[in-house]
Design a protein around this ligand. Sequence first.
Ligand code: DGY
Length: 325
Amino acid sequence: MTAKPRVFVTHPLPGTAVDRLRESAEVVVGASGRGLADPAFADFASTFDGVVTLLTDRIDKALLARCPKLTFVANVAVGVDNIDLAECAARNVTVTNTPSVLTEATADLAFGLMLAAARRIAEGDRLVRAGGWKGWSPTFMLGSAVHGATLGIIGMGRIGRAMARRARGFGMQVVYTQRTRMAPEMERAMGARYAPVDHLFVMSDIISVHCPLTPETRHIVSADRLALMRLGSILVNTSRGGCVDEAALAAALARGPIRAAGLDVYEDEPNVHPALLALSNVVLAPHIASAEVNTREAMASVAVDNAIAVLEGRLAPHAVEGAGA
Ligand code: DGY
């Protein structure tokens, strides 16, 4: 009898997906929080045929060199910026991700952060709990309107489009930017106008970031672009922290022109830039956009489907372009 391929799952996953994987592979699940440093992986790296990873696991050249048998990296995330795609391609390691299943959950959270930042919900909550509320007043805690505002979407992929659909329900105007412009009929169907990136910063009352983190999009929200934003405008980021220059954002929140921000992701997670922590006009969520029971189970399930496909010699349903065969 031939031995089953060995797969390391870097963290216990919700639901029953890992049980399915056990039918096709000898599965080792790492202890919570240890990731690839778990001795169950670190001491046996060269024996594994595949890894199921989280966005917190770094798959770089050095790691890949320790795993000569590796045929796949199945990331339990849509973002793959934690993985060296070029090196995986060079080594013929298939990289997969979990798109679609977290689209709505992520757009829900982005919309929630937008409302919370614009209408000062978290700030108000802190004030009430601290006993600082002195009663209703016509000039107390004025925020800015979401309904009717112009929403600028950076990255009109699945999540950006889900954000645009929600925005239409709030009577917002939608402007978007991305590398490739959508077809005119798609723009009409989405009720979204294209704008080059710098124009979008000038035109929007609220900007929401939904592009993947790549060398091209690192600090796409830069100091120069923040300076283009409208007085009193708002920034939301549920994509990756590296898309925003956090130091520049903190400065823009302290001095203007922008009035508030809602963030779920950070440049150096789980650390948050101290200048952001010191500001009351930024709502800080701990990277929870997909943290909803059904979504997380579905992400685990899609990652396992991808892994099983590679183990069975089939094309993975969600192989990431530009990575191995
Ligand atoms: C992803 O899948 O990339 C998300 O950030 C997870 O919440």
